[in-house]
Design a protein around this ligand. Sequence first.
Ligand code: KIV
Length: 305
Amino acid sequence: MAEIPETYEGGDGAGRASGSGGGPSRLAPVTVPDIRAAKGARRLVMVTVTDEPSARWADRAGVDLLLVGDSLAMAALGRPDTLTVTMAEMIHHTRAAALGTRRALLVADMPFGSFQVSVADAVRNACRLVAEGGARAVKLEGPRTAEVEAIVGAGIPVVGHLGLTPQSVHSFGGYRVQGRDEDAALLIVKQARALERAGAFLLVLEALPAAVGKAVTEAVTIPTIGIGAGPACDGQVLVLADLVGLSEPPLPRFVRRYAALGEALRDAVQRFADDVRRGAYPGEAECYTAPAGLAEALEQRKEDT
Ligand code: KIV
């Protein structure tokens, strides 16, 4: 019988790839009916993710929803806005995030250009995010009731997004708080009702005065998730890079940082570099041992090479 090779892993040798943690969560997956039922019963939590590790760790934190947002343009791709994100990129990142998601409901953003041209295009692209990316729901920006109705009709749950919709940044003249006067606020309430009638099961409300977030939340029977829309929303979402401290200022007023991972990452790499430069890495425990006699044999046969 072949000799069992020295394991690639350190520690328990449980066959995990380097960098992966424990096994999958045993909790039941969050469903669209669970999200609808949360209204008035408990606050919902959503965070954005960009890949398998961020989805895996955020999922383990027990959040309700993970969003592969087109904000990955800034969070993961170093771009200035969300407008250049393509369907291929969204599918690529969603597929990775789906592999890390066990329990949370995974939502994928429909990128700019994927739903504005025609309703048929919107349905086709929503189907791709589910079939090729592994999303369980999609999100699209703006009061696009015909598109929402058609995607819901195709059997795909839809999250609406109102207020500051970043794909319309140029129409807004910058990243500005929306709904600041009575007419604008009432229009957003009407749009929210229309999206609910079209079949959306959840609404993201971005950058609205807290009073407008409250008015929208009270006007619809589906839950609202705020990002800079005040505490009355049925839940809150933040971009993970902002929450864990990987993004750089200036940051929107609604961002609260819960970790300083950027600094932690830099410090870890600096310590690694110091260890390498002073010969302290790798140590004996980090080296593979040679079978008995191999080192001596190599020494004797130096000339053969
Ligand atoms: O892309 C994104 O991160 C979003 C959030 C603002 C909810 O849409």
